[in-house]
Design a protein around this ligand. Structure first.
Ligand SMILES: [Zn+2]
Ligand SMILES: [Zn+2]
Length: 225
């Protein structure tokens, strides 16, 4: 019998619990992945009654126009994301990319841009986890992958290491667009917490000419932080 990809990569054991699995996760762990509720603000993907645009997005509209998220940023999705980001578990990128692809399939965009790392961070980590996920999402949805559109000029502190109130300041002016941007751009990131990074990306892309910017993220903190 042919082995599944999960068996070849992980020897048939679940990435999280090491129990028997035919894919990357066993069925119980897969069922444990924290889904977001059905009633979300279409703009920021936080809970909002009836799925209406939330009060915050009405009074202080963000630069991005919409947000799609695969999971809540909670256990065990956080373990998967941190393993990809900090422990080089690159086989998680297509796994997370496939799940995100199902959420965003049918949303027409002109190109997909992963949130870039600075050259310095890219050298020390060896890969950009957002780009690795984006490769799979682009292939699965037939979207043009355009990582060259936007770069991160200066190195900024890891957002996760900073107090929430310092995160917007930390990323201000961090991104530059290489040329003229047009149409609808999807921006892919692994985690959306305060939204400061994605706000800065969307503002930068719109200054460069993007008409619409939508966020495609693997995990969203379920509450306003
Ligand atoms: Zn398991
Ligand atoms: Zn909102």
């Amino acid at each position: 019998m042919l082995k599944t990809l999960g068996e070849m990569l992980f020897g048939g054991s679940c990435f999280l619990c090491r129990g028997k699995a035919s894919g990357l996760l066993c069925e119980p762990c897969d069922a444990d992945l924290p889904r977001l509720g059905p009633e979300l603000c279409p703009r920021c993907a936080l809970a909002s009654p009836g799925g209406a645009v939330c009060g915050r997005c009405l009074t202080q509209p963000p630069a991005y126009d919409a947000t799609q998220a695969a999971f809540a940023y909670a256990f065990p999705a956080d373990v998967l994301i941190q393993s990809l980001k900090f422990r080089g578990e690159l086989a998680l990128a297509p796994f997370l990319g496939d799940i995100l692809s199902k959420i965003v399939s049918g949303i027409g965009v002109d190109c997909l841009v992963p949130v870039p790392l600075s050259a310095e961070r890219l050298r020390s980590r060896g890969y950009n986890q957002a780009l690795e996920i984006a490769r799979r999402v682009a292939a699965a949805t037939g979207t043009r992958l355009a990582p060259e559109l936007c770069e991160r000029g200066r190195d900024t502190a890891e957002q996760m290491d900073l107090p929430l109130e310092e995160r917007a300041k930390n990323v201000r002016g961090a991104f530059q667009c290489a040329g003229i941007v047009a149409g609808t751009v999807a921006v892919l990131d692994d985690v959306m917490t305060t939204g400061a990074t994605l706000e800065e990306m969307a503002a930068t892309l719109k200054r460069a000419g993007a008409a619409r910017v939508v966020n495609w993220v693997v995990a969203r903190t379920p509450h306003r932080v």
